[in-house]
Design a protein around this ligand. Sequence first.
Ligand code: PAF
Length: 279
Amino acid sequence: MLVCTSILELKNHIKKARQEGKTIGFVPTMGALHNGHISLIDRAKAESDIVVCSVFVNPTQFNNTQDLAVYPRTLEADCAMLTLAYCDFVFAPSIAEMYPEPNQIKFDFGNLEYVMEGKFRPGHFNGVGVVVSKLFNIVMPDIAFFGQKDIQQCAVINRLIIDLSFQIKLVICETEREIDGLAMSSRNRNLSVEQRQIAPNLYKNMKDCRQLLEEGKPVNEVKNYLQNALKQINGIELEYFEIVDRTSLESIETYIPNQSAMCIAAFLGKTRLIDNILI
Ligand code: PAF
């Protein structure tokens, strides 16, 4: 496995692989890798000849300087995991390499900017759009692999691919979970022992809500149910819980099986976790 920090160096390697007729699979990450990321690498290995993984904590997608400051940075351990997963190239650029000048471009993702993550993290998806466009231009992959856990990010990337005519297939991979149901996330390592114990309640309560919907309980009552259930748990502060249309991500009033999703964001102390399930 080769670790490249320069755009030019990585592009030269990729050019050579392309000349040999190889297909390129790409897994963009911000590092602090866990088995969820490795499952994306495994999928990329299965579906492409060469796998590139980027590790870059992108400052433009953080609207909170404290969140950016505490975001875990573990490049050495990440590379060890990626080597074991037979990743071919790691792209780990500096901020100056990615942003030689302050970024000026602004994306408008329409309604996606104003709901859920967009509403609570203004500017976040612009930063994601900017960095993913840059990474797509650098790597020029055939296939890009993203995790379902970031359902709204997946919708944004889908728009980016369509609107900017990237010739890239988007593969969305299922959320990997710990044995107790907690969605794998780089942020989980910031949880205290007590917080880690209560964190699975997010998924558990969403599963209860899914059952209530399937039994015919109205959407607004199910939302109230979850809000009340989480209020009983000391240490979890719900930011939002939405039941949405899976494609538009707009809130729905009536549950339509196989077309909807439940999305949640909550703070456990300073750590913000998100999760969702397709229903
Ligand atoms: O999902 C992430 O880790 C990041 O948002 C991404 C896609 C790597 C862009 O920085």
